[in-house]
Design a protein around this ligand. Sequence first.
Ligand SMILES: [Zn+2]
Length: 252
Amino acid sequence: QPCVPLQANVINLKTFLSAVRLAHQGNDTSVLPLSPLVPAKNSDVEKPKTKMIITSRRDYPLTKSFPFSLEHLQTSYCKLARIDSRVLCLRRLRKLDLSLPCRIGQLSRLRFLSAARNKLPFLPWDFRNLSLENLDLFGNPFEQPNPLVPNIQLKIPLTLLECAARATVNHRIPYGCHLLPSHLCKDLEVAKTCRCGSACLSSFIQITVTMNLHHVAHTVVLVDNMGGTDAPVLCYFCSLHCYSQFLDRHHG
Ligand SMILES: [Zn+2]
């Protein structure tokens, strides 16, 4: 796991693990040269970083990773076109202030989210999985959703690759970079989910639908000066059948 860097003296760690094994088997551990327990000096111990505020593009970490212990991350004025997926590794994150990666719904502990005065035309599809205390999306140029004007990326018949990829995700077939080329693994990780629960990768119908932000947040800052709390969310369908069922239900 590249997300969680673990640091230890390798030799001491191996000795310690051997001692644990011996002790577990009921053997004498005194034969092993365990290092004496010298209290760590203050300078040896680096406190886990929980807060990071980046206010210029210069300071944005490009080669280093974010500290995995972050609970509060703010990146403002960095002119980021998109946020890299490294943010998704920050499983302790409680407060995030930036524009939105497409799988933001994975951040199950996120409670405070601000993406005010950004350039978001709509919200990513799994935004609806969030469970927030406070949400501020004021001042974004949200598009007016129009489910009757779909973006059709559906290729019929489905390619063999699309069929295989859908089956892999739908049946939760284990995969990894030891089995598949890494670009396929990346594609599978960002598979979209149709309303029917099925996965789709590069063959889909996309629309935006209106979501009331109170579905995902207890306190919602108005999105505009008109008092609105609705925002457009991307929505995917795996087939014409699923799309027409959606239309029947909402406009029939
Ligand atoms: Zn479907």
